[in-house]
Design a protein around this ligand. Structure first.
Ligand code: ZN
Ligand code: ZN
Length: 241
């Protein structure tokens, strides 16, 4: 039966649609073009760091970005770099009819989140303003957060946080402008804030660039009584080296 199904619905590459012989998710070409993050990483954003020490022996390393910008969350991780195929996957998640993609990338997100996750943590997405939600029809971060919560069998709250006002697009803005842009923009949902009281929250977003949105979300959680916030993203932008 499985063989019959595979003949009718062959496994396709998540990124380029090429038929692949396995259920690995990506074809060999896209796999090579995906910069999965492993080894030493920044404990706040998940950016890879140079060196080949055992990551378990050096748990609190911090990248230059996170040294320069205060991060209100305690720990963070990312599955892949926002370049090559990692960038294509994030952009595809924002496109139409790629909601199933969130489910398919969930194992990678779960692997990145595993060291951060503790039973009882509440998983929540970075919110999308309803105007943009209306245009796009779904919040890609909520899809990722739901898929991650399923993979970890963790409690999930899709509307823990809401956007209090529409924020201008972040693209093309410098870090300072992005942080100013986000200040006051994120609020707890008045009917959900009790769910994070005295509890650790794991925030999920598709990509971390400056970290301004995640910082605003983390601050909203802490102001609502969350005991700690951790963050996980599918992709992390890093400067080209
Ligand atoms: Zn491919
Ligand atoms: Zn960092």
């Amino acid at each position: 039966m499985q063989r019959l199904l595979q003949a009718i619905y062959p496994n396709q590459c998540l990124s380029c649609g090429e038929v692949t012989g396995s259920d690995a998710g990506l074809c060999a070409t896209c796999w090579r073009d995906t910069a999965f993050i492993s080894g030493l990483t920044c404990h706040l954003c998940g950016a890879p760091l140079p060196g080949d020490d055992d990551p378990d022996e050096a748990p609190d390393l911090t990248c230059d970005d996170c040294l320069a910008i205060a991060r209100p969350w305690a720990r963070g991780a990312a599955a892949m770099l926002y370049r090559g195929n990692g960038r294509r996957l994030v952009l595809a998640l924002k496109g139409h009819d790629r909601a199933e993609l969130a489910q398919a990338v969930a194992p990678w997100l779960a692997r990145a989140a595993a060291p951060l996750y503790e039973p009882g943590m509440l998983i929540a997405p970075v919110p999308l303003h309803w105007l943009r939600l209306f245009k796009r029809r779904y919040n890609q971060s909520a899809l990722l957060a739901r898929a991650l919560a399923r993979a970890l069998e963790a409690p999930f709250c899709p509307d823990l946080l809401v956007r209090a006002r529409a924020t201008p697009r972040q693209e093309g803005l410098g870090a300072a402008a992005r942080f100013a842009n986000m200040a006051e923009a994120i609020r707890p949902h008045p009917k959900r804030r009790h769910r994070m009281a005295a509890r650790k929250v794991l925030l999920v977003d598709d990509v971390m660039t400056s970290g301004a949105t995640l910082a605003a979300c983390a601050e909203a959680c802490l102001a609502s009584g969350a005991s700690e916030v951790r963050v996980v993203t599918l992709a992390r932008t890093v400067k080209d080296t």
